[in-house]
Design a protein around this ligand. Structure first.
Ligand code: C5P
Length: 270
């Protein structure tokens, strides 16, 4: 876009400033995992993920305020740019992002499964012995992580560490809200035959210090979605998300094939 100042270019999204207090977040069709941005975009991905995030913001709006402003993204760009943002952008409040990721897990997978095998705990949360890959947890757990800079990896941290970073009261608020969001979304998804194994929320503070849900929520980039009828303990379930890309990259490492270089972000489609 040339009509707005670019303020941040993430692995998958670009943020433009709209005045002093709003952002236009544009979701590209790029896909990334482990800090690798693949060279080949997935046509329609940005629009699809945006629709899903908007769906969940609406559905979960009664749990916590979110960053949407209610105005149409098309209204803030030049007429010749409307097609570039239609369906793939959100016009949002500019917030002060909290420097932790609020991960909630209802099932054991990914780094949660790895940590459990090593220590019987995930982010310091003790779990019963004998759990397997894809086991349902006795109850959903809050497992925060640090937000890594580009080129580094996120690190799982304990609740106590999160409390040191953002304050004990705020950490408890984030934990309670994240667990409520997950529990409600997971119950809804299950009525559609989908297990939400785990997911990551991001929060920021508005000008009054109110905790506000931001970024994208409950999309296949930020969650593990499993077909409920195919979940078997001890087995890797098929995944309706980007797990196949993580697996492919991990296998490449095992085989000694070089990872694709972290590609410079390709331009958005016209
Ligand atoms: O890899 P891990 O098991 O820690 O991921 C837990 C959940 O958090 C997954 O649903 C994953 O998609 C999400 N996540 C994310 N962004 C990160 C780290 C994890 O969306 N940077």
């Amino acid at each position: 876009l040339h009509s707005l100042p670019l303020v941040g270019r993430g692995k998958v999204r670009e943020n433009y400033a709209v005045g002093a207090d709003r952002l236009l977040m544009v979701a590209s069709d790029r896909i990334s995992a482990f800090d690798v941005v693949m060279g080949e975009p997935i046509p329609g991905k940005g629009a699809l993920l945006t629709r899903m995030a908007l769906f969940w913001f609406d559905k979960l709006g009664h749990v916590v305020p979110n960053h949407l402003t209610g105005d149409a993204p098309e209204s803030v760009v030049a007429p010749d740019e409307v097609a570039q943002v239609r369906g793939r952008a959100m016009l949002v409040k500019r917030l002060r992002p909290l420097p932790i990721e609020a991960v909630v897990r209802g099932y054991l997978a990914g780094s949660g499964w790895k940590e459990y095998q090593d220590s019987g705990t995930v982010c310091g949360v003790p779990l019963p012995p004998g759990l397997q890959l894809a086991s349902k947890l006795p109850q959903p757990i809050f497992t925060p992580a640090t937000k890594a800079e580009m080129g580094e990896h996120d690190e799982n941290i304990s609740f106590e560490r999160a409390a040191e970073i953002i304050g004990a009261e705020r950490a408890a608020e984030v934990r309670d809200v994240a667990l409520r969001l997950y529990t409600e979304a997971a119950a809804y998804a299950l009525t559609k035959g989908i297990v939400i194994a785990d997911t990551k929320f991001e929060f920021g503070l508005d000008e009054h210090g109110t905790l506000t849900l931001m970024d994208e929520v409950l999309t296949p980039d930020s969650s593990r979605f499993w077909p409920a009828d195919s979940v078997r303990e001890g087995e890797n379930p098929p995944s309706f998300d980007k797990q196949y890309l993580r697996d492919w990259l991990e296998q490449a490492q095992v085989d000694g094939r070089p990872w694709p270089k972290r590609a410079p972000a390709p331009p958005l489609p016209d």
